[in-house]
Ligand binder design. Structure first.
Ligand code: ZN
Length: 476
């Protein structure tokens, strides 16, 4: 706040020679803020990790970045980032992301996660409390190392007793106290969870004033178990409990019925429910081949066959015998699923209901390329998304979801005086994803500068070494 007042004083007395000196100034860029609608050439002064001044006046600083020709926007916020390793942090930073949170399913141990990341993260981080992990504990098992959900088995396929549901509730409450930003559910990965169990989890969320983030129970058109039924289930649970609900990757959960699922979300919102959703700009998904998603009948449900499955390391397409062999694996095994069409993805991305989130992890190009791809393909090439709308989907909209769990999120996703200095500066003519299914960790190009909490993390398109400015975003 003090820095902001200094900005006003500076504006009043701009002729005084001994003006305020900022830590960092980004000068002459096209500054965009989706909340106020600012879209103008401005100078941005940063001090003490905060945006202290946005002005047309000359600002002095120890370091001045000349940003003519660049777009200056709030750093991108990714609500759905599984890969929390350092390599993923690097490619996220070069994709313009300043905050990447594991919200879909959460982590098995929030305290341990926050401790491991502290001082070691390039970008800001946070997580939900994991329903699948809490459920595994209630069944006396755990999530496999390297996995995000329990392998198909008792903790995933069996209904929980009343006592076990109570234990899951208690564990989730503990995890919220430890700093979780909501409750993450992957209902398709725990098919043993009954409708009642789901409602009970939504109650925990409502009682603790945090949202549910969920991968819905099923995908496809076959009833029972269609995408429409799965979305109906969680909208119903939100309605009867009052919990806020965020449905993850509506593109890959709803497939051919994606637009109908969006109409359902719109209808629920019109009737006063707090429901949000997200998508990523790729036609293929990726998940664990040993998970319950591949329980018998998956081909008919998803309308695909073995050859739609591809191993990320080798590009190998699977056959029945190869699938059977790998499905029996005891360790998690990631597989790319070619299950969607470009037409569906292109229809989903521009919807005003849809924010952008990557579902990122190593092995899939969405880990490194999601945000640049939106700017390259939808803003620049297809022109189906105005630049300000794209920025809103990647900054303000995810920040507004996070505000339900933490007041700290009010300072994120905005480029305003007093906001956190998480800022991306990119070249709108050249920004592009480079990652492919063959080379999924290829970093994006076009992000010239990235500031995280006032610290330069990307300088002239290159990562700065030995800085770890990422900070935790935690619940109340
Ligand atoms: Zn998912």
């Amino acid at each position: 706040m003090r820095a902001v007042i200094l900005c006003w004083l500076l504006a009043l007395a701009s002729s005084i020679a001994l003006a305020q000196q900022y830590d960092l100034v980004i000068e002459g860029g096209r500054v965009l803020d989706p909340e106020t609608g600012l879209d103008a050439t401005r100078n941005v002064g940063i001090t003490g990790g905060k945006v202290a001044c946005i002005s047309s006046d000359f600002l002095r600083a120890k370091r001045v970045i000349h940003a003519g020709g660049l777009v200056i926007a709030p750093g991108f916020i990714d609500l759905h980032q599984h890969g929390q390793d350092i390599e993923s942090g690097r490619v996220k930073a070069l994709d313009g992301v300043t905050t990447a949170l594991e919200m879909e399913i959460g982590v098995p141990d929030v305290t341990k996660f926050l401790k491991q990341k502290e001082g070691h993260s390039l970008i800001n981080y946070g997580t939900t409390a994991s329903h699948p992990a809490a459920r595994a504990l209630a069944f006396g098992t755990t999530v496999a190392e390297g996995g995000i959900v329990p392998k198909a088995g008792i903790a995933t396929d069996q209904p929980a007793s009343t006592e076990q549901i109570q234990r899951i509730r208690e564990r989730l409450k503990q995890e919220l106290t430890a700093g979780a930003l909501g409750i993450g559910m992957g209902i398709q990965y725990t098919p043993g969870a009954t409708r009642l169990e789901v409602i009970q989890m939504f109650r925990v969320a409502a009682e603790n004033h945090v949202p549910i983030f969920t991968h819905v129970r099923s995908a496809g058109r076959i009833e029972p178990g269609s995408s429409i039924e799965a979305v109906s289930e969680v909208i119903g649970a939100a309605a009867v409990t009052g919990a806020s609900l965020h449905i993850v990757h509506i593109n890959s959960s709803c497939l051919k019925d994606s637009m109908e699922c969006l109409t359902m979300v719109a209808g629920a919102r019109t009737r006063g429910l707090d429901i949000t959703t997200e998508a990523y700009p790729y036609t293929a998904g990726m998940t664990d081949l040993t998970s319950a998603l591949f329980n018998p009948g998956w081909q008919d449900k998803l309308g695909i066959d073995y050859n739609a499955l591809q191993l990320p390391e080798t590009g190998e397409r699977l056959t029945k015998s190869r699938f059977d062999q790998l499905h029996a694996s005891s360790a998690p095994l990631w597989v790319i699923i070619h299950s969607n069409t470009q037409e569906i993805v292109d229809a989903v991305i521009p919807s005003p209901l849809v924010l952008i989130a990557s579902d990122g992890l190593k092995g899939h190009p969405r880990n490194a390329g999601t945000f640049s791809r939106i700017l390259a393909q939808y803003v620049r090439e297809k022109r189906s998304l105005p630049l300000m709308d794209a920025i809103r989907k990647m900054t303000l909209m995810p920040a507004q979801v996070l505000e339900k769990s933490t007041p700290a999120a009010h300072a994120k996703g905005r480029l305003q005086e007093g906001a956190d200095a998480d800022i991306v500066a990119f070249d709108p003519q050249t920004i592009a994803d480079r990652s492919t299914y063959q080379s999924p960790m290829e970093p994006s190009v076009g992000v010239q500068f990235l500031v995280v909490g006032g610290i330069l993390l990307v300088d002239q398109g290159k990562l700065v070494s030995d800085v770890f400015p990422g900070r935790a975003l935690t619940g109340r």
